[in-house]
Design a protein around this ligand. Sequence first.
Ligand code: TZP
Ligand code: MG
Length: 226
Amino acid sequence: AAAGLRIQPERVRELLRMYLVVGSPNCRGADPLHIVEEALAGGVTLVQFREKGPGALTGEARFALALRLQDACRRKGVPFIVNDDVDLALRIGADGVHIGQEDESAGEVRARIGGRRLLGVSAHTPEEARRAVEQGADYLGIGPIYPTASKADARPVQGTRLLSELRSLGIGVPMVGIGGITAARAGDVVRAGADGVAVISAVTGVPAGEVRTGVKGFLTKIREAL
Ligand code: TZP
Ligand code: MG
């Protein structure tokens, strides 16, 4: 797609500030819609639907949940993107897709979703990062930064090293850190070069009544570090 259609990098950096990744298994019996609404009230800037792992919904129930969460995001003007599943993203008219190295290539996904939708790609090496950018990624997901219990097949923990390495190589693409990030650690991730943090358990694994203030706490730490 023409470069002019693409969402501007400075806008992408803002969207990555406080990025919630969520699926029903992460919400441990709480209503995912309620958790997402509370997180939106706290100020999350981007939401990814990642319906994976033990107990994940499938078929029409998965589709229905995606639509409900997307509607909540639309009401707040927050973009909603889908992990891995380009068909689902196109079916619900999502704002973008996030893929890993095991999924379809970034170039194929970019061709399918067009220039306007957001494309995020997980990268674990400078080579993967360069290839993703060449193939049309709008941002890179870098991690796991810290140990995580939220992804069964997570790569080895890398700390903030790759983030700072990519920045020192002059790779300026928007980047978000992921994996084990808490509000107390968010500043270190941003100071290493990330534009923001992506989190699952720090938002979905706390009591629903603490989600909103938890997100606000993250945003305070992130702003201090930018
Ligand atoms: N990719 C790398 S780590 C991770 C994903 C999806 C899980 C992040 O979850 P948490 O609970 O914030 O560690
Ligand atoms: Mg994937």
